[in-house]
Design a protein around this ligand. Structure first.
Ligand code: ZN
Length: 449
């Protein structure tokens, strides 16, 4: 049992319950009590954590990432998406399980240090001689200690067939589907409290055939797993869809059976009101990636309109090749800024931003029954942020301090009741060693083999 007390608590439950001074009690991997003041219940032998000066929130949920890209940061610094991809595809063609393990460990460690307790990943490059890449990143997540939803991605539409990627990074359609089914059979855990769940995730309209999109959706629904892809990220993608498919990206997704409550889409930046209505009516989720959209100059997603249309919206850091910082906590502020640049200062509140990063993400991953808020019965995934230092001291509203202020250091990060970060440092990994292996992996890729 762990008792966290003397801290502010933002539960992010349906009623927006907060305590200026409260407690959260966890037993095993579950939350058993949340309330005001000191915990007065029985707590024999419990570990008591003094949260004075801190804010407890649900652990953040990252809804979009490409962890392997941690080994390819700093490339194509002034490119739009298509130019950036074209420069990076040949580099990515050289990844293997060892490089992905180093990159995923670094990326997940950075996520943990920024308050993230559950992350997805979208792995869509599987070179023929690359080894067991999916197993490598699942092993990395277990070492760091995060809850993990890797998406088995795929690409089967190369330049010779009218797509963007070169032949060297695409798979045969049937082979991709078979490998996706195998990933579900090997790794997907549907049980409550699962640490690993698989999703099915063909990459994007300009790198995947309609057949792979359709059959991937059929596979996911037959297996009871979720669907993820990139959609409506840039104006160039919209132009591509109109030219090739004679419709918008969202209409294209709809025609393939790719809208529904079991689907979440990365980006969704370029949407007309009809598209927003379709996402809302079908319960299709959106992974909003504000920093990546900024880095590539892709545009500003209509988050306010999506929320008003009851679309589940979560936050994603996106791959570190298009968002070198990779900190999920920082995306709370980025999301607020972008929404306000688009819609003015009332477009998104600090609490709405925190909800995007917690319960909104849990809804995208289909786990809002277990994650995304601090409530008895939910999983013991908690971030305890220090707000008494130079960056935040004196801001009376702790949620405003967290969202408006600089990235807050963590007093404690718990995943299923297990400490992953304590007093700003990883408890599970040696940070300098993780950084050294990442640098080695990046050098190997940069210099070729
Ligand atoms: Zn992405």
């Amino acid at each position: 049992m762990i008792v966290v007390e003397h801290c502010a608590v933002s539960t992010v439950d349906g009623a927006g319950t907060e305590y200026a001074d409260g407690h959260v009690v966890m037993e095993g991997d579950r939350i058993v009590a949340v309330g005001p003041g000191r915990y007065e219940g029985r707590a024999d032998g419990a570990v008591r954590v003094d949260g004075t000066g801190c804010l407890a929130t649900p652990g953040l949920v990252n809804t979009h990432h490409h962890l392997y890209q941690w080994a390819t940061r700093g490339y194509a610094q002034q490119e739009i998406l298509f130019g950036w991809l074209t420069e990076l595809y040949p580099v990515w063609a050289r990844i293997d399980a060892g490089i992905v393990h180093a990159a995923a460990t670094a990326g997940l460690a950075q996520l943990a240090l920024s308050g993230c307790t559950t992350s997805t990943d979208h792995q869509y490059v599987f070179p023929r001689d690359g080894g067991d890449i999916l197993a490598a990143e699942i092993d990395a997540a277990a070492s760091v200690g995060l809850r993990f939803h890797p998406c088995r991605g795929s690409m089967d539409l190369s330049v010779k067939d009218g797509g963007l990627p070169p032949d060297s990074v695409v798979e045969d359609t049937d082979a991709a589907l078979a490998a996706t089914k195998e990933a579900i059979d090997r790794f997907h855990d549907p049980s409550p409290g699962a640490m690993v769940r698989i999703a099915v995730a063909p990459c994007s309209p300009f790198s995947v055939t309609p057949r792979l999109m359709r059959e991937a959706a059929d596979l996911a629904r037959a297996e009871g797993v979720r669907l993820h892809t990139h959609l409506a990220e840039t104006v160039e993608e919209e132009k591509y869809c109109r030219e090739i498919h004679r419709c918008t990206p969202v209409e294209y997704a709809e025609s393939l059976g790719w809208l529904g409550p079991d689907v979440w889409l990365a980006h969704a930046v370029h949407l007309d009101s009809g598209a927003i209505g379709k996402l809302g009516a079908t319960g299709t989720g959106v992974a909003h990636c504000p920093s990546s959209n900024g880095r590539l100059g892709a545009g500003i997603a209509p988050v306010r309109d999506l929320l008003d249309a009851r679309v589940p919206v979560g936050l994603g850091v996106d791959g570190a090749a298009s968002q070198e910082a990779g900190q999920l906590g920082a995306e709370l502020r980025q999301a607020l800024y972008l929404a306000r640049l688009r819609g003015g200062p009332a477009a998104l509140t600090a609490r709405e931003s925190l909800a995007l990063g917690t319960i909104g993400g849990a809804r995208c991953l289909g786990r809002d029954d277990e994650l995304g808020s601090l409530e008895p019965g939910k999983l013991a995934d908690l971030a305890l942020w220090r707000l008494d230092g130079l960056g935040h001291a004196g801001i009376d509203d702790p949620v405003a301090a967290l969202v408006f202020g600089p990235p807050a250091p963590l007093r404690l990060l718990l995943v299923g009741g297990r400490a992953v970060v304590q007093d700003g440092a990883l408890s599970t990994m040696d940070e300098p060693a993780v950084a050294a292996s990442l640098a080695k992996a990046a050098r190997t890729l940069r210099e070729g083999r």
